[in-house]
Design a protein around this ligand. Sequence first.
Ligand code: SF4
Length: 339
Amino acid sequence: MTVEAISGNIKEQSSLGANRVLEVKDLRISYETPRGLVRAVSGVSFFLKRGERLGLVGESGSGKSTTALSLMRLLGPPAIIEGGQVLLEGKDLLKLSEEQMRRARFADIALIPQGAMNSLNPVMKVGEQLRDTMRAHAFNEAQSALNARIEDVLDWVDLTSDIMDAYPHELSGGMKQRVCIAMAILLRPKVIIADEPTSALDVVVQRQVMETLRRVQNDIDASVILVGHDMGLMAQCVDRIGVMYGGKLVEVSPVRDIFKNPQHPYTQMLIASLPNLESKEVFQGIPGLTPSLLNPPSGCMFHPRCPQIMAHCEVDVPTLNEIKPDRWVACHLYDDKVA
Ligand code: SF4
């Protein structure tokens, strides 16, 4: 998708209420490896407003999926959540017991995973998997009543009730992803995390599935965190974008602002690297390599690749600050704008 097409697709921001449904504070996650600790997420903080769609973007290894999965405490060893808070309506999910967290999943916060085939049980019919999810949350209703509820939700995501008798392998990729959306909204959670939900689908099906997600999210007034690297998809689907680099958030801004006037040098290069129909110039990538999280660079993580580097960037770690209303940037270029 071209920059022009992306810009054309950006819709006016809806006036979102200031109320925050989710607040993540100073989240730190490492992976234990034989070569030492890999610091995958280093002090990430952000918030999500009620009804808002927030995109988390970044290159592979930037920490976006680790951040998203940790919100539901779905990371197992060798990942270690070293600290921070995940406050869902003020309740810290990182402090819940395993049983409390199990109950919170689907009911309060739900995941639409990257690979539908990997998350659906291949030897269970779709209907049984959906009934299991409801029963796990104390829906002690008769099977006929459960089925009626499930049929409603399937209809909501544009699937017919006969797929309840199908096994996942009998469905197309788009249908499987719709089943995952149905499962995620079954208990009307407040927050839905969508981890690259359409990465395995072709472009047409991708747009249809994202449209379905958008519609049901609006209907149940949930908030969404959309994880991905497709800036075109982000432009169409989210209200704000958080850009991750080397396990940190480097910029968080409304989607329109980030495409029109990116602030962080990495974001500027990311936007400049998007294909442009008008430009006949050679495709511009971002020179250099992503940072090693085993031995991360000192100071600003981006300094080895930054064209605007200053002397102290190699020493001082920049923090994410609000440099103007609703625009958060972690870069020393804006130190004088921090109150
Ligand atoms: Fe570049 Fe310095 Fe800003 Fe890092 S802090 S992005 S090195 S200008």
